[in-house]
Design a protein around this ligand. Structure first.
Ligand code: ZN
Length: 315
C-alpha cells in the first residue's frame, strides 16, 4: 500500500505547469502483483491502467500474471472441467470481448441478449477476474448489511455466480438471475456441487419469482442499456440496493460493452424510486449502498454524493 514504484516525470505536453507522471515498463513489472490484488494506491493504479492501455508488452505480462495466479484456484479447475477439450489456457479474453462487441455492435436488447448468449470470452473473463484474486470480496464487505436485511437477496446479473454461491454458503436467502449465456451455463453446471438448487432465473421475471428486499447489483449497472427499463419495478419494491462503489471515473466505460453513466444520473434515477445513498465507513470502501428512507434512527443517515465520490476500486 502506498508504495511508489519507478515513476517518471514526463510529458510536458500542452504547456501543463506540472509534468504528467508516467510509469515505466520496469515500474509496471515491479508492482504487477500488487495491481492484481488491489493493493496499489489510487494514483499508481491509474498510472498502471494508462500504461497497460498503451503498452502491448506489459499487457501480455499482465495477462500472464493473471493466468498464473488463477491456475491454482478451484474456480479455474471448474472452468477446465466444464469446457473439457475446448478449454484454452492464456486466452486474451478481455481483448477478445472488446473486439467481438465492436464487431457485433449490438444496439437493441435483443441484439445484446444474442451477443451474450454466444460469446465465450465473457465466461473466461469473469473466471479470470475472480480466480486471479483481482475482484474484491464484496460479500464479506456487505455482510453486516445483508444480515440486517434477512429478506431475499436477488443477485441481478449474477454471471458465473461467485457471489451467489458465497451468499448461499453463508446461509443467506439468495436468488440469481442472468441472461442465457456461457457464464450462466457454467453456473448451472457447478451450482449443484455447491449445494445450490434454485433455478437461475431470467432477468425478465426475476422480481416476481424472488420477491427480493435486497437487490445485489455488482458489476452490472454498466451492462444495462436502460436501467430504468430493466430494473424499474424492482426499484420500487426493494429496501436496499448494493452496487460496487459507484464513482465518477472517466476510465470506466472505455470498453465498448459498458454503458457508464455519471453518478448524478444514477442517484437521480434511484431517488425517483425512493432509494438514497447511505454513507459507507469501511476502509477501503468497496460498496455503494442505497436504501429506502423509511428506516428508523438506528440506520445511518443518507450520504451526500461527495461522501461516495472519492476513490474506487474498479476493473
Ligand atoms: Zn510497458
Amino acid at each position: 500500500m502506498g508504495y511508489t514504484p519507478v515513476i517518471l516525470g514526463a510529458g510536458h505536453a500542452r504547456g501543463d505547469a506540472a509534468a504528467r507522471p508516467e510509469l515505466s515498463c520496469a515500474g509496471v513489472r515491479a508492482v504487477i502483483d500488487d495491481y492484481r490484488t488491489g493493493a496499489l494506491g489510487a494514483d499508481t493504479r491509474d498510472l498502471m491502467r494508462t500504461h497497460l492501455d498503451e503498452c502491448a508488452d506489459c499487457r501480455q505480462q499482465w495477462r500472464r500474471s493473471r493466468w498464473g495466479a488463477a491456475r491454482t484456484s478451484a474456480l479455474y479447475g471448474e472452468l477446465a472441467g466444464f469446457l473439457g477439450d475446448g478449454f484454452v489456457e492464456h486466452r486474451d479474453t478481455t481483448q477478445e470481448l472488446v473486439t467481438a462487441w465492436d464487431q457485433a455492435a449490438p444496439r437493441t436488447d435483443l441484439e445484446i441478449r444474442r451477443f451474450y448468449r454466444t460469446t465465450q470470452a465473457y465466461l473466461y473473463d469473469q473466471v479470470l477476474w475472480h480466480a486471479s484474486g483481482t475482484r474484491p470480496n464484496y460479500v464479506a464487505a456487505a455482510l453486516p448489511i445483508l444480515q440486517a436485511h434477512p429478506g431475499p437477496v436477488l443477485d441481478w446479473g449474477c454471471g458465473i455466480g461467485v457471489d451467489l454461491l458465497r451468499m448461499h454458503q453463508l446461509g443467506l436467502n439468495v436468488w440469481g438471475c442472468e441472461l442465457p449465456s456461457p457464464p450462466r451455463d457454467f453456473l448451472i453446471w457447478r451450482a449443484r456441487h455447491h449445494g445450490y438448487h434454485r433455478p437461475i432465473v431470467d432477468p425478465g421475471n426475476a422480481g416476481p419469482r424472488a420477491k427480493p428486499t435486497v437487490l445485489w447489483l455488482i458489476d452490472t449497472l454498466d451492462h444495462l442499456r436502460d436501467p430504468q427499463a430493466s430494473l424499474g419495478a424492482l426499484l420500487d419494491t426493494v429496501d436496499v440496493l448494493i452496487t460496487e462503489r459507484y464513482v465518477d471515473d472517466p476510465r470506466r466505460g472505455r470498453l465498448g460493452f459498458h454503458f457508464r453513466r455519471p453518478l448524478s444520473e444514477i442517484a437521480e434515477l434511484l431517488a425517483e424510486h425512493g432509494l438514497h445513498p447511505q454513507q459507507q465507513r469501511d476502509e477501503p470502501v468497496l460498496l455503494s449502498v442505497w436504501s429506502r428512507a423509511r428506516r428508523g434512527p438506528a440506520q445511518p443517515g443518507p450520504a451526500t454524493h461527495d461522501d461516495i465520490r472519492q476513490g474506487a476500486p474498479s476493473a
